[in-house]
Design a protein around this ligand. Sequence first.
Ligand code: S6P
Ligand code: ZN
Length: 169
Amino acid sequence: MDAFYLDPSAFPAWQAGAAAAAHRAERRWSDMRAFFAGQPADGADPVIYEVYTWPPQGAGSTDLDVSLTLLMAGRIGDEPFHTKGHFHHDPDGPEYVSVVSGEGLLERATRSGLVESVALRAGVQTLVPAGWAHRVLNPGPAPLAFVSIASRHVGHDYGGVRVAGWVRP
Ligand code: S6P
Ligand code: ZN
């Protein structure tokens, strides 16, 4: 992976560069209905977030995942846009999070249902401890961009977040 510099003040331009360099995935409301209580009022299907991942898939053998999530501003009913949230299959796999721009909330939860929140704004660096689920919410007026770094092998367990009430049974 080439070196890159995260300049929050130039984020739109940087995002365009990132889009060219990384594997991109997008999540619309229709991809994550079970993770929201309501539905868009007007029948729209908004993009909730985009995830850019390095190194590009197939770039060689590596156990490092670096990703940028761009979580849009918006609501479904009263619920702010948020990521699905997941545990890692590997209970020993923590994750580092660095906020590039915007403001929001990182929620992290244990399998026994304890939930904690961390306020996010540009410059905040935080850690999801091994064994904790994590999701990010954007109640603010601007997109929220953050970088996550974890071992690739840890895997994502989206069903487990039922314990925190983040996905409907
Ligand atoms: C991966 C890391 C992030 C999320 C991304 C989307 O371990 O936590 O890259 O995948 O923020 O969230 P989610 O919960 O929909 O995968
Ligand atoms: Zn994760």
